[in-house]
Design a protein around this ligand. Structure first.
Ligand code: HEC
Ligand code: HEC
Ligand code: HEC
Ligand code: HEC
Ligand code: HEC
Ligand code: HEC
Ligand code: HEC
Ligand code: HEC
Ligand code: HEC
Ligand code: HEC
Ligand code: HEC
Length: 486
């Protein structure tokens, strides 16, 4: 090719670009919309169309060519219909490239592909060739719109059905993980979140607000947003945000109170996975405040003994009649603090005095007073027994057995704290008496050890005296003997 040929082609090319710009920019769209196929119809309200991104942005090819063959030429990079991971890779060719996105005037995050690749959905599909989900599974391929658009499949009002297309399909899910329940949407619809969502409230939690959108992880993955120790933070992102929750007129202090509670400290500071997170009480998908009758069931899943005792106690009927919640009435719900003897009795700080006095429910008043006296006497006698044992031990006496028995005393004291929940004086007295009996036997052994010590001390004193007397007499005798010898 000589110089003049080059100029000629350059001018022709410029003219071609000029005319295509003048008439229509995207020949792919021009031709396809003339055919009237679905992709080009959907594309009319696609964000990419609005950003003047061509069909070729995803499919490759030369969008300047009016001719079908030339436009859809493999040599021009045309890939046909992308399949499998190639779909997400195509989306990521822009969405994971901050510089490219900036060139398009976008400041959106560019971490979706990275997140998706780290997610549970990046496991291999049954075909063994591709990830379980692609970008287009949730966003569609054509007619892609912002999640804020009401027609987006990932809009808060639609995302629940988008996820449930798979997660509510038992046959589909069985081929992946037969153990995974498929009732999330069904349960969700019964929760306050789900009911509000169905009525068009975008602010109530949906699948993605709790699980994330791109980096969705297995629920037992420590990085999952719903992993037990991360969950309270996930709920609190809305529930502690007073501005966000303004219109609902419910408290926004649950997280703050929870972190101060025995449960919160155990879970978040001691990483005790046996302690409850928000969902242990509110359910995973049925997030609602536990109903009046179910509260003791919730607490009872872990505190079974307390709940059983409560159910057979006189408070069961009395609380039900007054519509009082079973455990919270005395322990509160979020800021549950370590229980102590102070809760019991008829002093001002005791819970019992809220409802029992000499005039109001007096039988319970007498019982409460008595119960406190009993538990105090157990405490005092335990302290006494313990101090005797410690003293004896310090003096070098053997008290191993008695020390072991102290564990029975401790056990009885723990049992009595639980037995409070029977709200039955005779049953309570029985447990405390068992403790008192164990205590007095320990105290007796402690006292015996101390007596023995004193006995031995006296014995030692006398024998020392005798030995001294003998030694002194011997000395005197020897001296006299020596003197006599001289
Ligand atoms: C002049 C008309 C015309 C132009 C220009 C054109 N196409 Fe097509 N395209 C067609 C027709 C007709 C078909 C369906 C027949 C076929 O598969 O060959 C088709 C098919 C396709 C398919 C489906 C292929 C498959 O394997 O099923 C894709 C994807 C596609 N076009 C994308 C594009 C892209 C991207 C461009 C621009 C770079 C483009 N087309 C330009 C007419 C056109
Ligand atoms: C944002 C990326 C993207 C853009 C832009 C895009 N497509 Fe597609 N297209 C896809 C993906 C992904 C598939 C595969 C869809 C699937 O498997 O569900 C596809 C499939 C197709 C198919 C074959 C399957 C079908 O749905 O009929 C045709 C034809 C097609 N696109 C044409 C076009 C045309 C014409 C345009 C421009 C008007 C266009 N596409 C713009 C991503 C895109
Ligand atoms: C050629 C580059 C390019 C490709 C390829 C591409 N996108 Fe986009 N996408 C953009 C740009 C640019 C925007 C507009 C961003 C903005 O408005 O800030 C956008 C917007 C979006 C939005 C709307 C985001 C919002 O909040 O407004 C979604 C969703 C989206 N793309 C999904 C996809 C999917 C899914 C694919 C693949 C099937 C894909 N994109 C392929 C460049 C691309
Ligand atoms: C499992 C469903 C799902 C998949 C798969 C998915 N997304 Fe999303 N995407 C969402 C949801 C839900 C939102 C809106 C909530 C949000 O902003 O986190 C969203 C938001 C977006 C946005 C708006 C900006 C943002 O990050 O919030 C873009 C852009 C986007 N997705 C692109 C992609 C791309 C690219 C892929 C593939 C690499 C992809 N998405 C895969 C569900 C999905
Ligand atoms: C209010 C927060 C929240 C919402 C909303 C939510 N989830 Fe969950 N999801 C959880 C928690 C918490 C778990 C259980 C974690 C655990 O077992 O430790 C869970 C568990 C799961 C599991 C594992 C199997 C199971 O059922 O235990 C899947 C799958 C799941 N959710 C999907 C969904 C889908 C789909 C939606 C929307 C319909 C959704 N989730 C809505 C919080 C939520
Ligand atoms: C294309 C089908 C499909 C879609 C759509 C889908 N998922 Fe999944 N998801 C799966 C499959 C399959 C698994 C099981 C992976 C495995 O364990 O083998 C899974 C796993 C999960 C898990 C982990 C469960 C566990 O094992 O702990 C969660 C959580 C989850 N998905 C939430 C969602 C949410 C939220 C959405 C919507 C934003 C969604 N999924 C959309 C197919 C899908
Ligand atoms: C996306 C924000 C958001 C997230 C995340 C969220 N919630 Fe909610 N939640 C709401 C909104 C909004 C309401 C509606 C308040 C109302 O109706 O009083 C609500 C209602 C509730 C209610 C009922 C309150 C009542 O008495 O009306 C409970 C209980 C609840 N959420 C618990 C949880 C738990 C537990 C989690 C975490 C597993 C959680 N929420 C995560 C926004 C959220
Ligand atoms: C030990 C069980 C338990 C735990 C843990 C728990 N809750 Fe609750 N929560 C309750 C009970 C019981 C109620 C019902 C209050 C009522 O009806 O009087 C409640 C009520 C609520 C309400 C309704 C508004 C209110 O304050 O009364 C919201 C919202 C809520 N909880 C959110 C949370 C969040 C968020 C967490 C985690 C940070 C959490 N809960 C942890 C038991 C619990
Ligand atoms: C998921 C299991 C679980 C649930 C549900 C649960 N708890 Fe607990 N609770 C624990 C654990 C574990 C501890 C011990 C925390 C520690 O001290 O390390 C505890 C401690 C307590 C304590 C302090 C005990 C003491 O020795 O002082 C009280 C009181 C209590 N819980 C009451 C409740 C009430 C009331 C409810 C229901 C509203 C409830 N719990 C629900 C597991 C649970
Ligand atoms: C009428 C008040 C009252 C009600 C109702 C009540 N408790 Fe208690 N609870 C107490 C008192 C008082 C103590 C402390 C006893 C002590 O330390 O002397 C206590 C102690 C506890 C303890 C620590 C002792 C132990 O057993 O480990 C737990 C746990 C507990 N309660 C759970 C519950 C649960 C669960 C419920 C509901 C089924 C409940 N409580 C209902 C008054 C109550
Ligand atoms: C929320 C109010 C309330 C609280 C707090 C409360 N009680 Fe009661 N209690 C009642 C009511 C009401 C009855 C039934 C009254 C009746 O039948 O005389 C009752 C009955 C009893 C009874 C049975 C009395 C009988 O008939 O023999 C005992 C025992 C009892 N309470 C002990 C306690 C103790 C101990 C505490 C503190 C740990 C306590 N109560 C805290 C309301 C309460």
């Amino acid at each position: 090719m000589n110089q003049s040929h080059r100029y000629f082609f350059a001018i022709v090319a410029l003219l071609m670009i000029g005319t295509t710009r003048l008439f229509a920019q995207d020949q792919c769209y021009v031709c396809h919309s003339a055919i009237g196929d679905t992709p080009s119809t959907l594309f009319q309200h696609d964000v990419h169309f609005k950003k003047e991104i061509s069909c070729a942005g995803c499919h490759g090819g030369n969008s300047q060519m009016e001719d079908q063959e030339k436009a859809m030429d493999k040599k021009a990079g045309f890939i046909g219909v992308p399949k499998g991971d190639l779909i997400s890779e195509r989306c990521a060719s822009c969405h994971a490239d901050a510089a490219k996105m900036k060139k398009h005037g976008s400041s959106l995050p560019t971490n979706q592909w990275e997140g998706l690749k780290a997610s549970v959905h990046a496991k291999l599909a049954v075909s063994g060739k591709e990830h379980i989900v692609q970008c287009s599974t949730c966003h569609q391929a054509h007619g892609v719109v912002s999640p804020k658009d009401p027609s987006s499949p990932v809009n808060p009002l639609n995302v629940v059905t988008t996820c449930a297309k798979c997660h509510g399909n038992a046959a589909f899910m069985r081929s992946y993980n037969p153990a995974l329940p498929v009732d999330q949407l069904e349960k969700y619809r019964t929760s306050v979140h789900g009911i509000r969502n169905a009525k068009g409230d975008r602010k109530a939690a949906e699948c993605a607000s709790c699980h994330g959108s791109h980096e969705i992880r297995g629920v037992h993955d420590t990085k999952s947003k719903v992993y037990t120790t991360n969950l309270p933070g996930t709920c609190s992102s809305c529930h502690s945000n007073a501005e966000y929750m303004k219109e609902y007129k419910i408290p926004t202090d649950q997280y703050e109170r929870f972190t101060k509670s025995v449960h919160g400290v155990a879970l978040l500071q001691k990483h005790d996975l046996g302690a409850p997170a928000c969902n242990s009480c509110h359910g995973n998908h049925g997030a609602a405040p536990p109903g009046l009758s179910s509260v003791s069931k919730v607490c009872g899943t872990c505190h079974a003994l307390n709940a059983d005792l409560f159910s057979s106690s006189p408070h069961k009927k009395a609380f039900d009649e007054r519509k009082l919640p079973e455990c919270e009435t005395c322990h509160s719900n979020h800021e549950i603090v370590a229980a102590s003897d102070k809760l019991l009795g008829v002093s001002a700080e005791a819970k019992c005095s809220q409802c029992h006095s000499t005039t109001q429910n007096p039988k319970g008043f007498e019982s409460a007073k008595h119960m406190r006296m009993l538990i105090d006497s157990l405490e005092i006698s335990e302290q006494h027994a313990r101090s005797l044992i410690e003293e004896a031990e310090q003096k070098g006496m053997e008290v191993g057995e008695a020390k072991f028995k102290l564990r029975d005393v401790r056990q009885a004291r723990l049992e009595s704290r639980t037995m409070v929940h029977a709200f039955n004086l005779p049953r309570f007295t029985e447990v405390v008496n068992k403790g008192l009996a164990a205590t007095s036997s320990v105290a007796e052994e402690g006292q015996q050890a101390l007596d023995e010590y004193i006995y031995r001390r006296v014995g030692l004193g006398i024998s020392t005296l005798i030995i001294t007397v003998v030694a002194v007499s011997l000395y005197l005798f020897i001296r006299r003997y020596e003197r006599n010898q001289r």
